[in-house]
Design a protein. Sequence first.
Length: 173
Amino acid sequence: MKRITRCCIAPLLLLGAMTAEAKAAGAPEYLNSPAPVGERADVRSLTTPIQFRHGDISWLRDLALAAGWKENQLKRLGQIILRESGGCPNRRGGDIVDKNCNITGVAEWNHRSDTGLMQINGVHWKQDHAQYHGLVCKQMKVCDQDKLLDPLTNLKAGRLLFEVAGWSPWFTN
């Protein structure tokens, strides 16, 4: 029995501890969350760091599928991301960015709660906001802006909003 514990169970416990450490150290969530069956992202591409550049969404397919988006939604999703953030996940409303997505200034201060790739608005992540009742906060437990700067979290929040309201959160009259 001691041999079984030493050769089999102990490594499994170590693996579990390492996984917990990786999560605690801030390992990207998308490495741990599977895409829907039949639309799996290429896991190899998700283990390679993405180089985000303004106007480039060549990385979108794998990351969006990992967030739960469907293949037939990717074209419109890409258009929205390019319009909203230019493909820069670190962008807040009004930020000016260079070609490498580095923030170089702020053009206007009226939309600072808009966050990340899809510019998720504060009405969706602020717990006490009346519109959508803080849907992202309540269902994903993402109740502050900084968490939405993570590309996968932002795409998952966008997917949640899409499930409730279609494309309407990204369009104006």
